[in-house]
Design a protein around this ligand. Structure first.
Ligand code: DAK
Length: 258
């Protein structure tokens, strides 16, 4: 059904794999549309509790498709930009946590795509960078904003203005990735994190994602108020009763997503 990505659901995890290895999984309009479609399926499917996004071959995503971009006029470029922003904002808005299993190059739009995920786990072979200024453009899928929010303004400027590529260790050091794994252990590491999240109360996890994402863009006072409202929603859930009862009775909780 998809031509540029693979999508399967197994044991409550939705696996989305970008599958254009000959072009190092570069993002063209079709890939962006297919990703949006797959994420909307994930969001609608109650059986899916967490998503792992990865790339086929030696790249996660080596950026927006330069061959396609080079032929675009300004209006077409703008449309592609809208598509990319729509996808990445949607990834942040959906309730299910998304883990990027960064298997190789995550450059330009690929680095931006990984930053729209909730958690990044990198293979020791991964390379990150925002090479746009070397192509005469700037990051166009939210990179100037998400990178500075993740690693701070100074480091974001350093990476974007120099277009330097960094390895997994440095990405971990600056807080761009949360874990590093050997290449052959990458998916296992991502699944371990996914399954840990899956074992927790779904409403609480979804609420935490929303509180962090929305609150981050607010001033502290508004963000605190937002946390109070979202906390109340989780506090009223049946899973809160179950989680606390399980603790008090020294048993494992059985969450029902209610
Ligand atoms: N686009 C299209 N094709 C790509 C590609 C890309 N981004 N990256 C690699 N490829 C293709 C190569 O052309 C090559 O194709 P063939 O020659 O085999 O046909 C194939 O993938 C294998 O690549 P290499 O032979 O270059 O592989 P190497 O291992 O030697 O090098 C590399 C790997 C990742 C260092 C190198 O491929 C590379 O530097 N790639 C380009 C990285 C890059 O600059 N990416 C673009 C970043 S800019 C916008 C929104 C967003 C953006 C822009 C505009 N608007 C809405 C308008 C975002 C822009 C970016 O992402």
């Amino acid at each position: 059904m998809y031509e540029n990505i693979k999508f399967e659901v197994k044991d409550a995890i939705g696996y989305i794999t970008i599958d254009r290895p000959k072009a190092l999984n570069a993002l063209n309009e079709d890939v962006l549309n297919e990703l949006y479609d797959a994420f909307s399926k994930v969001e609608a499917d109650e059986a899916v509790r967490c998503v792992i996004l990865t790339g086929e071959g030696k790249a996660f995503v080596a950026g927006a498709d330069i061959a396609q971009m080079s032929q675009m006029n300004a209006l077409e470029g703008r449309n592609m930009m809208i598509l990319g922003h729509k996808l990445m904002n949607y990834m942040e808005a959906i309730e299910k946590p998304i883990i990027a299993a960064v298997n190789g190059f995550a450059l330009g739009g690929g680095c931006e795509l990984s930053m729209a995920c909730d958690i990044r786990i990198a293979s020791t072979k991964a390379k990150f960078g925002q090479p746009e200024v070397g192509l005469g453009i700037i990051p166009g899928f939210g990179g100037t904003q998400r990178l500075s929010r993740l690693v701070g303004k100074g480091m974001a400027k350093y990476l974007i203005m120099t277009a330097n590529m960094i390895g997994a260790d440095e990405a971990y050091r600056i807080g761009l990735v949360e874990q590093i794994a050997e290449p052959e252990a990458l998916m296992e590491a991502a699944e371990k994190v996914a399954n840990t999240i899956i074992s927790k109360a779904p409403i609480a996890v979804a609420t935490a994602k929303a509180a962090i994402n929305h609150g981050y863009d607010m001033d502290m006072k508004s963000a605190s108020k937002f946390e109070i409202e979202t906390f109340t929603a989780a506090f009223g859930s049946e899973d809160k009763t179950e989680g606390m009862d399980a603790f008090l009775n020294k048993r494992a909780p059985e969450f029902k997503n209610k």
